[in-house]
Design a protein around this ligand. Structure first.
Ligand code: HEC
Ligand code: HEC
Ligand code: HEC
Ligand code: HEC
Length: 164
């Protein structure tokens, strides 16, 4: 009897946390591009597309590009739980926005995105060093060390605020 109650309790916890995660889907970089490709706002899409993250799949040869051991850090889509993938994200887009900013299905609308607090409630992540270290760590066969300040500067894609 005791084990049964414990089991049910554990199950309900699993269910609740599982539900939250599954509410969100990875929508792919093309969706973010629709709004984040404006020159006057800093064109975050263009900066990303010219970064190593966007080309992370090109670093792998044909065999490695099928190996889950490599894919999990070289592709957002390949590294995400399958039940959180939308039809729009591709493995080829490499390390894309949602690896760092979280799956975008719930925060992607303009109304929510304009309100940082609302966006965070809906899954937006403002990335910290911990986010980077999911991939920039010694498990990587080509690990070169990681300095958050230095590496963040290399990928900086600031939002340019409009003059009021
Ligand atoms: C429908 C348009 C739209 C889409 C789609 C969209 N965004 Fe945004 N995003 C905005 C707007 C508007 C802002 C507020 C800043 C501004 O006015 O440009 C914003 C702000 C942000 C911010 C800054 C939040 C802050 O408060 O510092 C991040 C990070 C961001 N978006 C990431 C993403 C990512 C990642 C995706 C794709 C998963 C995405 N956005 C899709 C419109 C959009
Ligand atoms: C834990 C995450 C992780 C795993 C697993 C991983 N990589 Fe990487 N890989 C990275 C990171 C991060 C970099 C960028 C190098 C750096 O700055 O440390 C990188 C860079 C590379 C590069 C570019 C080489 C260079 O000198 O920059 C190649 C090639 C590569 N990885 C191949 C692979 C292969 C093949 C596998 C599977 C056997 C693999 N990676 C598994 C995270 C990972
Ligand atoms: C490798 C991780 C990473 C990827 C990939 C990435 N970002 Fe970011 N992004 C960051 C970090 C780190 C910041 C700075 C957060 C802060 O202000 O503390 C940031 C900030 C932003 C901001 C807000 C900038 C500001 O000045 O407030 C926007 C908008 C944004 N990212 C959009 C995007 C979009 C769109 C993509 C994909 C095209 C993308 N990011 C890909 C890590 C990433
Ligand atoms: C999902 C895994 C992943 C995450 C999360 C991630 N990276 Fe990376 N990063 C990579 C891979 C893989 C490469 C290597 C791509 C290549 O060389 O083809 C890389 C390369 C880089 C490079 C280029 C290094 C060089 O040798 O020029 C910089 C800079 C960088 N990342 C910064 C960051 C920062 C800052 C964050 C956190 C805000 C971050 N990354 C988060 C996987 C990741």
């Amino acid at each position: 009897m005791k084990t049964r109650i414990l089991f049910l309790f554990a199950f309900s916890l699993l269910y609740v946390s599982g539900l939250n995660a599954q509410d969100y889907e990875y929508i792919g970089v093309k969706k973010c591009k629709m709004c984040h490709n404006k020159e006057e706002k800093g064109n975050q899409y263009k900066i990303w597309s010219e970064s190593k993250h966007a080309h992370a799949m090109e670093a792998l040869n044909a065999e490695e590009a099928k190996d889950p051991k490599c894919l999990k850090c070289h592709s957002t889509a390949a590294g995400a739980p399958e039940d959180m993938l939308s039809d729009y994200i591709t493995v080829e887009e490499g390390v894309s926005c949602e690896s760092c900013h979280g799956p975008g299905s719930a925060y992607k609308s303009s109304k929510i995105m304009k309100d940082r607090e609302e966006a965070i409630k809906n899954g937006l992540v403002i990335p910290t060093e911990e986010v980077c270290k999911k991939c920039h760590n010694e498990e990587s066969p080509n690990y070169k060390g990681f300095d958050f300040k230095e590496y963040s500067a290399k990928i900086a894609h600031p939002l340019i605020e409009e003059d009021e």
